[in-house]
Design a protein around this ligand. Structure first.
Ligand SMILES: Nc1ncnc2c1ncn2[C@@H]1O[C@H](COP(=O)(O)OP(=O)(O)OP(=O)(O)O)[C@@H](O)[C@H]1O
Ligand SMILES: [Mg+2]
Length: 235
């Protein structure tokens, strides 16, 4: 579905991605792991048109999308939940979800109901301002808003960041439901234990390149992953 080949991304004099290559197949959850500064968020920003690569290619459903602009991505079927969530704090939950459907010409009422059944807490809070939600609720709202554009590929940047373990479990369970509903997911995480339990495959980034990759099962038992990313987290 998605194929990235030898992508190089620069911020002025700084090269953040030094030739990144990976693939995501339809129906998978794929996770991108790596330490701070490895280039994970840059990779997702590149995949939503916010930083075009200076060389390399990106193909999506067979089309070359390397130089497609950011505003085209949602209509192409790619939706990005950035680091830090960025919901609209002065809008209600319901208005935030409606913003996610911006540009859709069909009737999206059914999708609103689908979001409320995926995230029942959002239904209870639908008239509250986004800014008054807890961190976990804001993450759910950010994911729900991204789903309102009916993406075929959902990009999630550290959905577990700053959340309590119970809420993280809940968010990952919902990401599994989203995959089961037919949406392919690429999720960036520092919480490798959670991400690998859900994902089919993982890529480990170091210093702007993919250092290695494997099935989640193999990565969970890989000494390099256990030492650096899991500590004692895996039984
Ligand atoms: N706007 C920017 N201008 C200059 N350098 C940047 C910019 N954004 C990121 N970088 C640099 O690019 C590299 C990759 O950053 P990126 O945010 O992609 O890492 P990350 O893997 O998402 O890290 P984290 O886990 O901390 O979120 C880092 O060295 C970072 O300092
Ligand atoms: Mg990041």
């Amino acid at each position: 579905m998605l194929s990235v080949k030898d992508a190089v991304v620069r911020y002025g004099a700084i090269t953040a991605l030094h030739g990144v290559s990976f693939e995501v197949n339809q129906g998978e959850v794929v996770t991108l792991l790596g330490a701070n500064g490895a280039g994970k968020s840059t990779t997702l920003r590149m995949l939503s048109g916010l930083h075009a690569p200076t060389s390399g290619t990106i193909t999506f459903d067979g089309d070359d999308i390397t130089n497609v602009k950011a505003h085209m991505f949602s209509s192409m079927g790619i939706s990005h939940v950035p680091e830090g969530r960025r919901i609209f704090p002065e809008m209600t939950v319901q208005e935030n979800l409606e913003m996610g459907a911006y540009g859709r010409k069909d009737n999206y009422v059914g999708d609103m109901e689908r979001m409320y059944s995926l995230f029942p807490i959002l239904k209870e809070r639908r008239k509250q301002l986004g800014g008054n939600l807890s961190g976990g609720e804001q993450q759910m709202l950010a994911i729900g808003r991204a789903l309102m554009s009916q993406p075929r590929l959902l990009l999630l940047d550290e959905p577990s960041m700053g959340l309590a373990p119970m809420i993280i479990d809940q968010i990952f369970r919902i990401i599994g439901e989203i995959r089961d509903g037919g949406t392919t997911v690429l999720v960036v995480e520092q919480n490798a234990a959670h991400a690998l339990r859900l994902a089919d495959r993982g890529y480990v980034m170091e210093n702007g390149v993919i250092a290695f990759s494997d099935t989640s099962e193999k990565l969970l038992h890989d000494p390099r992953v256990r030492a650096v990313y899991l500590g004692e987290a895996v039984e």
